[in-house]
Design a protein around this ligand. Structure first.
Ligand SMILES: [Zn+2]
Ligand SMILES: [Zn+2]
Ligand SMILES: [Zn+2]
Ligand SMILES: [Zn+2]
Length: 282
């Protein structure tokens, strides 16, 4: 590209917030920056965003009558051309992109994007991605290293099979500065789902696998009746998507009750492990 422009192109503005502040490109009513057309004005030139304008009859700055309506087309063209701030700007992100696709790509990877806490059965908090490790650590006083298969036992005080929904996690494993948590979830259709969340982006999940092994009562302990291995799931992926995409182990209530549930001890028992798979050349 060699456009050789002799003027400043607003598409090249790096600090959009600073630009908006310097030129006071904000609506005096809602205080949001003016980012889209149409932009309205009073006959003295005070500006209003298109969301506030229908509610106004007098200029909030100089009290003149706002009818008939008046638009500012040149300013609308200018703010439409400005790079658009990342949608997580209110969480601290300063990135702005002039190209819509670039903006969407950035937002998927933005360190300030929000994710739901993986333990949504007791914590409904939205957490910025960059803080998710600290948040998950805070929920897990005991964090295991990943040296061997870990035994997970879940004792039931009541009969979970009568519950509408069941949701818990039992283990938190640390590997490569990330945390891995098993999620057990039985939804309203009485299907049980098992998977592992990782506090990392989706592109990192291809290197990490989890194993879940169920060992039935009366069977030799080294012969699991069910062993399941899959990629771990990024914390960016919500529960519904994990289940609907089939990216987890899903078992009917009857199977869990008959084969995995230990009626005598009133518990579930399974073994878990996280594995990092080295990329194979050739
Ligand atoms: Zn407004
Ligand atoms: Zn005015
Ligand atoms: Zn961002
Ligand atoms: Zn939480």
């Amino acid at each position: 590209m060699s456009l050789n422009k002799s003027y400043l192109d607003v598409k090249d503005v790096k600090d959009v917030k600073g630009f908006q502040e310097t030129y006071r490109l904000e609506c005096p009513v809602c205080l949001d920056p003016l980012t889209k057309s149409p932009i309205f004005q009073c006959y003295n030139g005070h500006l209003y965003c298109s969301d506030c304008e229908p509610k106004l009859f007098y200029c909030a700055e100089c009290r003149v009558d706002l009818r008939p309506k008046s638009k500012n087309l040149a300013l609308a063209r200018l703010v439409e051309a400005l790079p658009k701030s990342c949608k997580f700007a209110k969480h601290g992100c300063n990135v702005a992109e002039a190209v819509a696709k670039k903006k969407i790509d950035h937002e998927k990877q933005c360190p300030y994007r929000t994710v739901t806490c993986p333990y949504q059965f007791f914590c409904k908090q939205e957490v910025t991605f960059k803080d998710v490790n600290i948040h998950v650590q805070g929920h897990n006083p005991e964090i295991s290293s990943n040296e061997s298969k870990k035994r997970v036992v879940k004792k039931l005080e009541e009969n979970y099979f009568n519950w509408k929904k069941v949701n818990w996690h039992s283990s938190c494993i640390q590997l490569d500065d990330m945390f891995f948590s098993d999620i057990v979830y039985r939804d309203e259709s009485k299907t049980w789902h098992f998977w592992f969340y990782m506090t990392g982006s989706e592109e990192k999940t291809k290197d990490y696998f989890y194993t879940i092994e169920f060992r039935a009562v009366g069977m030799p302990s080294n012969a699991p009746i069910l062993a399941y291995r899959n990629h771990v799931v990024s914390i960016d992926v919500p529960y519904e998507e994990v289940i609907n995409s089939g990216n987890c182990l899903s078992l009917a209530d009857s199977v869990v009750k008959k084969q995995l549930w230990n009626e005598e001890k009133k518990n579930f028992e399974f073994w878990v492990q996280i594995e990092k798979m080295e990329e194979v050349d050739k």
